[in-house]
Design a protein around this ligand. Sequence first.
Ligand code: PRX
Length: 636
Amino acid sequence: MEASDTLDRQSESELYFPPESIQQNANAQEYDKLHAFSVQDPEAYWGERAEEFSWYKKWDKVLDDSNKPFFKWFVGGKVNIVHNALDRHLTTYHRNKIALIWEGEPGDTRTFSYFALHREVSKFSNVLRSMGVKKGDIVTIYLPRIPEQVIAMLACAKIGAIHSVVYGGFSVEALAERIQDAQSKVLITADGGWLRGKIVELKMIADEAIARQGTIEHVIVVKRTGQEIYMEAGRDYWFEDLINLPVANGLNAPTEVMDAEDPLFILYTSGTTGRPKGILHTHGGYMVYTATTLKNVFDIKDEDRWWCAADPGWITGHSYIVYAPLLVGATSFMYEGAPNYPYPNRWWRMIENYGISILYTAPTAIRGLMRFGDSWVKRHDLSSLRLLGSVGEPINPEAWKWYHTVVGGERCPIMDTWWQTETGGFMISPLPITPLKPGSATKPFFGIDADVVDEEGNPVKAGEEGYLVIKKPWPGMLRTIYGDPDRYKEQYWSKYGNMYQAGDSARKDEDGYIWVIGRIDDVIKVSGYRLGTAEVESALVSHNAVSEAAAIGLPHELKGNAIHAYVILKAGQERTEGLEEELRNHVGHEMGPIAKPDQITIVDSLPKTRSGKIMRRLLKARAMGLPEGDISTLEQ
Ligand code: PRX
């Protein structure tokens, strides 16, 4: 809720109109008319969109809702997302178009045409096949932001294997837990990655994670840094050696024919309680949804150079670095490292250098770069930019205006896209024809019936806060939580029965614009990254000094939210000098640097309900000096 405090309601009446030249040529036109049609008859709308792809066999039915909430899309259709992302481009002029331009943090660059990317993916898919990986197997990918991350994901999908990408910023326990849940036998990692001039020790972390669980049989290691690392004979293989084997050769690696509803990937994300959930997406619906949203929201044209500055390890990267740009035949840019390395102009220099025309990033990055002042931006020619985007958390009007004025030269509309790991693609977002209000994600995308409702599921009045829900299924939606369909039902569909509950609070203004406020559950958005209080707490209690822990998110100027943790020490445990710092580092080691609490407070007790649940809401109210609210359930 804290974000609402920073949202300036004045901006509700402030309108920014995209330039005429952009509006007139936009891929999307006539929002009201098309949106009304698309929600009245989603099957017709999505059926038409699906026609734009190449299917081995067409679907029999667009939507099967006979077993709610286990919806199925394009039932009976045969397809493979990689066939549409790569194979089909080889017979068009896209064959020689640049698919991916990549720059490493040290400044090295690589460029792949569609032909070249297809070749590399084919080679690696042959390697995976020869290792015995087959349709339905889950492969875990733990890589830095390098082209092999994209290649590995596409190679899995090509042969019908399911990828489970673990963000390279996660650490030992986070990785071990995800491998364990997926029961992966193959792990793809690297000897390290570059971040702020230092090496992230991915292989060392991977070795420790593998030792904690027993499923991994083969590890494929990409050489990125060239540093000496431990390689276990019979288990670990260099990626470079494998793709040069004769077995990898040949461009005609067959693309597996998949059912539209066959799983494409699982991606773990933090939920309300307990361990991370494996969000499952499929080949058919996800393909149609991600491509349609990218094409309309970011208006991708052949001559664009698209930069989604996320990491493929999160949903933003899955959908809008890897799949959607290739599906629409775009040229993407990808960068390995930190935005301010070696200087705060790194991003601006790259935009100028590569002629980036669309930049999509998170408010936290914008705020971080804004902090260095305008001069770093202004020394670069950013006139190639025509559209900007934001994702991951509400964007505060101040950051919006800086992004719009200083980065976008007042000519680039900002697409503030609200969506989630679960939704596959953009759900609420402007189009390049939408009048903008700084801080609002504006209106639902085509086919999306979004609303703000009260406890009973009735729409709230304009301006009132309520729960954000989606009233109709859409093709990009998650199909289940891997291995836990009951949790899927409970988490997303139990509150109202027939509406998807997003877990966010929001309000709608008089003009029907939606203002997302923030999470209403125990998820904390730190620098746009989604973390669960439960994960931070379990990392803390895995330290031998700690008996109990509670984590909360408190507003933070740059990160949006920062983690604060309260811990109770085990009986007899001394409160030694530097223990707080040791605990912070322990969380960093187990979960990754992003989960490190900003502050740890050692306490004697934690506020709990009579049934023993920690009242994080109360901890937060106390920390912020706010009223404690209803404390009738508090155990006194
Ligand atoms: O709280 C919302 C916030 O991010 C959550 C989803 O996080 P994740 O699954 O990691 O996906 C992030 C990238 C799609 C949402 O429940 N969120 C995402 N985008 C916005 C946002 N909050 C406000 N405005 C946004 N544009």
